[in-house]
Write a protein that binds this ligand. Structure first.
Ligand code: HEM
Length: 179
């Protein structure tokens, strides 16, 4: 059994209430009321997206240490807001070599540098779905307090304006509250 496999199931059950769903780029997802996040598929939902929490591909030792020193864990009591942003990148992205992707990701787009400014307010976890044959390459998950929701919107807007996002061909933005 794959222990680091995570299922995000949209439907009528689950502790997270979906407050907004937007198709940012490409095809959206069927509207659902609630979301369950679990190690096993959560029964018949509208849709289930799967991803594996894996090792970092691009971050350097220095970047990883910098993030580790600042980042907060998931599941904080005050972080009752969340975002699930599934993303698929284009074939042109996957045709690049590792060093070319890293250069676009950080040296050109400053993804980690931009994101680091929002720690520890925003807690995050990245899941990979591409090698599972999933419709999204990445399931990005974030948790934050209501007071930090505006800052989170600014973060997302800043990242979407970077050259890295030229390679995003499908993106859905799902916002949730724990209630
Ligand atoms: C990957 C940091 C916010 C989307 C990464 C990686 C880091 C990172 C270090 C690379 C992991 C690796 O080495 O493989 C951060 C920080 C954030 C943040 C500190 C602040 C909260 C976001 C947001 C989004 C996002 C808001 C979506 C709107 C992604 C995606 C990847 C990624 C799609 C995978 C990129 C790829 O492998 O091609 N992030 N990020 N991140 N992040 Fe973020």
């Amino acid at each position: 059994m794959m222990t680091n496999l995570v299922h995000f199931s949209g439907g009528r059950s689950g502790p997270w209430r979906i407050v907004d769903m937007a198709a940012v780029r490409g095809e959206g997802l069927a509207r659902a009321e609630r979301l369950a996040v679990s190690a096993t598929a959560d029964g018949p939902g509208c849709w289930t997206l799967r991803g594996v929490v894996g090792h970092a591909r691009y971050a350097t030792r220095r970047e990883l240490d910098g993030l580790a020193a600042r980042q907060a864990p998931l599941g904080r009591g005050e972080a009752v807001c969340a975002a699930l942003i599934p993303i698929r990148k284009s074939q042109a992205w996957w045709d690049l070599a590792q060093d070319e992707r890293r250069a676009i990701f950080e040296e050109t787009s400053h993804h980690t540098a931009i994101g680091a400014a929002y720690l520890p307010a925003v807690a995050r976890r990245l899941h990979h779905g591409r090698d599972l044959g999933e419709p999204f390459d990445f399931l990005t998950w974030f948790e934050f307090a209501p007071d930090d929701a505006t800052a989170f919107d600014a973060l997302v807007a800043a990242l979407r304006a970077t050259p890295e996002w030229d390679y995003v061909e499908r993106e859905v933005d799902i916002r949730l509250v724990w209630e």
